[in-house]
Design a protein around this ligand. Structure first.
Ligand code: GLA
Length: 388
């Protein structure tokens, strides 16, 4: 892969000069959804799919970007003196946003670069292609300019800052953290309130992680996401009038039930309920995995989906079809929507001897009911971003 991309780079930008290669993965979240901006826990893992970058330094301040995924767009040229969001700049707003966020922190980018990008995460699938591009850019800058004091956790935080304040999506830290800090065969149990984290081995002897892509992405994803965030913030303020908490993640289920009447709107109550219960479910799920109780882990995944569907309302018809079919199939340990929602992917834990039937049967029924195909990926858990 890297050799091919270097060759492509030289075709686009010329042969001379040294090039460097980088990779940052996408992620799948096993459980702990919409908890990361509510001070709760998440449990994502990095994939072996992700975004590659090939880079060569320039002496001037010019930035040239080329994506092998969007060949028709050709080379997009800008400059380090022009780091402002611009609709017409398309995908290059992601790397530009990260450059902007580095400079904002006082890290000076002293020269331009020629950059080629290629990603093998299916576009718009909710497996964090944009976070992987942000983390990739952060790693490129850290390495290129020798910013040793910038840790990989900082790279994740800078990526999130760029997404929030340059690209206009008020996301939490989960996606960038998983891409920057992932570890092969492990999921990351992250407390988003403190950023304390722990790697938990995901040893599924007789099962696989299967991602199903619904291939739908409903519009208004960003605005619906930001709405959920606002609803949770308002619910938190209402709760704070009766109980001393900093985030919804500070509450147990019992405490939530005791104080929920402080939340004046029934919709906001459901949102806060999800945030509290999903956080507790995530803590329990990781405990179950540590005790090798994969069955319990799967039941908690199913419960997570139910809560996302009815209380948080971030699922959609196509995704519910996939989850209902999966949960009804013998040999499926658990299945739920993963990521921000309103389309995208489900994640399921499927017994080895059921994987073929899972893909065949769910694929067929989904096509009949929805009118287009789903895509299935039997995935491996990979490492976080790295220089290659
Ligand atoms: C998106 C966001 C994350 C997280 C998930 C939902 O992926 O980028 O920060 O909030 O949605 O769990």
């Amino acid at each position: 892969m890297t050799e091919k991309l270097i060759q492509r780079f030289k075709e686009m930008y010329g042969k001379e000069g040294e090039v460097r290669a980088y990779f940052a993965p996408g992620r799948v979240n096993l459980i702990g959804e919409h908890t990361d901006y509510n001070g709760g826990h998440v449990f994502p893992c990095a994939l072996t799919l992700g975004t590659y970058g090939i880079v060569r330094d320039r002496e001037d301040r010019v930035l040239r970007f080329y994506s092998a995924n969007f060949e028709k767009l050709g080379v997009i040229e800008t400059s380090l003196d022009d780091l402002i969001p611009d609709k017409a700049a398309g995908w290059t707003n992601y790397p530009k946003g990260v450059m902007w966020a580095f400079e904002k922190r006082g890290y000076q980018l002293t020269h331009g670069m020629d950059i080629l990008i290629y990603g093998n995460i299916p576009n718009g699938s909710g497996l964090s292609s944009s976070a992987s591009l942000e983390v990739l850019t952060g790693l490129i800058l850290k390495d290129t300019f020798g910013f040793e004091q910038v840790s990989m956790i900082d790279v994740a935080l800078i990526g999130q800052d760029s997404e929030n304040n340059f690209n206009g999506c008020n996301c939490g830290i989960m996606d960038q953290f998983a891409s920057a800090m992932g570890k092969k065969d492990h999921a990351i149990f992250l407390d988003t309130n403190t950023l304390n984290y722990e790697y938990a081995p995901v040893v599924l002897e007789d099962a696989k992680i299967v991602i199903t892509n619904s291939k739908v992405k409903h519009s208004l994803v960003n605005s619906a996401y930001n709405d959920r965030r606002n609803e949770c913030e308002t619910a938190l303020k209402e709760l704070q009038s009766v109980v001393n908490i900093k985030t919804l993640g500070d509450l147990t289920e019992e405490e939530y039930e005791a104080h929920k009447d402080a939340i004046k709107d029934p919709v906001r109550q459901k949102r806060a309920k999800h945030a509290v219960y999903e956080n507790q479910r995530t803590i329990r799920a990781v405990e179950a995995l540590k005790n090798n109780d994969v069955e319990l882990f799967g039941k908690l995944m199913n419960a997570s989906h139910k809560s996302l569907r009815y209380d948080y309302e971030v699922s959609c018809g196509e995704i519910d079809i996939l989850v209902d079919l999966a949960q009804a199939m013998p040999g499926v340990i658990g299945s739920r929507i993963t990521g921000g929602g309103f389309g995208g992917c489900t994640v399921s834990i499927v017994k080895n001897d059921t994987v073929d039937a899972f893909i065949r049967e769910i694929g067929k029924t989904y096509q009949e009911k929805v009118g287009h195909e789903a895509e299935f990926y039997v995935v491996e858990i990979g490492d976080g971003a790295k220089i290659i």
